[in-house]
Ligand binder design. Sequence first.
Ligand SMILES: [Zn+2]
Length: 202
Amino acid sequence: MTPTNFDAYAFSRQPGYDEQATRAAFAQAVPLRTVVVYCYDPRAVGIPGAVAREFGDEFPGEVVLDDDGNKAASTANVFEVVVAGGRAVDALRSVTVAQHLFGIENVVVVHHSHCGATSFTADGIVAAYQREQGVDISGLYPEESVCISDYESSLRHDVALLRDSAGTPRNVNLYGYFYDIDDESLTKVVENRGVSGQGAAE
Ligand SMILES: [Zn+2]
């Protein structure tokens, strides 16, 4: 196998590839329950573990080897989406794909104390880009998802954004938590339980 034969590593490039069978095998191998969306700040690294404890999930779990010693699966119930500020706008596609491949029960958005996303404003970053890069990014992202000006508002906004996304199944439970990076505690701010056929906000 040459280093340029990348097709050998792609499921859809294998002889006899069957999309439905492949999807079923993925769902069988990965016991995903909870997607956690949080900030890429290295101080926030404890968040997925704290969420796993809160929800009775396993993280990081163990990698499962197949008979050939290849890494074939994992026991983790929690998948991470790590983005600036933990804002949900950057997680929508990942939630959709996680549902499609593995099925999910919970999406947990976590914003943390002393986050860099609280240190600037939407207007401030637009002005700085105009000045320093000579480009207008004012229409690039939804203004209310650019930074965090108020934790409760940002968590409520992100849970609503996820609930309103067609890529989020109606039965999935959505949560917004505040995480204190110093004492590593989680505080629930928003809970929006999934209901078959509806998505009533709390
Ligand atoms: Zn942060």
